[in-house]
Design a protein around this ligand. Structure first.
Ligand code: CTP
Ligand code: MG
Length: 235
């Protein structure tokens, strides 16, 4: 596998659509954010973990990392007002020993290590990668003031971006620096890579890697995590 990977997990934010902060809520016996951290901590490719969270949750997040029982160096930093600012803070904290980095939403507990490895293989200098699932709905481009449909997009070519999003550390730092200096804000990291001309490839992933966004998503995550756990425990 190429390089030494740092795993950034963004886990700040207020959970406005969920109705309250969600990152530390118990789901299938663990805090939501702990599930993806466990997946990354078990991957030999990953040399370091950095979590970005709200200032008020620093101790709670350190306790989550302690409970992983991993020998991988793991640190917690304070996030920012946006997901992008949280990722940038964590990226600053990543040690010089990592030359590749993935950024993952702490609110996606069902990420699969094999999908992450497929994406890792696609990354090199000048090329990042993102896990994504084929769009399931037909997507309309809409004029917001009138709600008139401007265009129906070709679903065959549409992919819903998930995380992790992966790149070399140099490429992602350059993309974040360019976004910061021009005040550009995006809801994911690869948009920042695209903006500075770095290629990004989509790597198909399970649609189970959804983000817990609304309250009903938590029940679905709970069911899937319990099922997966039961399967893994079966001899
Ligand atoms: N996130 C973050 N820092 C922020 C905002 C979000 O680290 N300032 C993280 C969240 O913890 C989550 C991921 O980015 O893992 C995706 O964010 P989202 O689902 O939008 O979480 P919230 O911002 O908390 O929710 P909402 O947008 O509904 O308020
Ligand atoms: Mg948000």
């Amino acid at each position: 596998m190429n390089g030494r990977w740092g795993a950034i997990v963004v886990a700040a934010g207020r959970g406005e659509r969920f109705g309250r902060p969600k990152q530390l809520l118990p789901v299938a016996g663990r805090p939501l954010v702990a599930w993806s951290l466990h997946t990354f901590a078990a991957m030999a490719e990953i040399a370091e973990i950095v979590v970005a969270t709200e200032a008020a949750w620093l101790d709670a997040m350190r306790a989550v990392l302690d409970a992983l029982g991993t020998a991988i160096p793991a640190t917690v930093v304070v996030g920012g007002a946006t997901r992008q600012a949280s990722a940038a803070n964590a990226l600053r904290a990543l040690s010089a020993s990592c030359d590749h980095v993935l950024v993952h939403d702490g609110a996606r507990p069902l990420v699969r290590a094999d999908d992450v490895r497929s994406a890792m293989r696609a990354v090199r200098a000048g090329c990042g990668a993102v896990l994504a699932a084929r769009a399931v709905d037909t997507i309309k481009l809409v004029e917001p003031s009138t709600m008139r449909v401007l265009e129906t997009l070709d679903r065959q070519r549409l992919w819903a971006a998930q995380t992790p999003q992966l790149a070399t550390v140099d490429d992602l730092r350059r993309a974040h620096a360019a976004a910061r200096s021009s005040g550009f804000e995006a809801t994911d990291d690869v948009a920042l890579l695209e903006r500075v001309g770095i290629d990004v490839v989509v790597v198909p992933a399970t649609s189970e890697n959804f983000k817990v966004t609304h309250p009903e998503d938590l029940m679905r995550a709970e069911t899937l995590l319990r099922e997966r756990h039961a399967l893994e425990a079966t001899p």
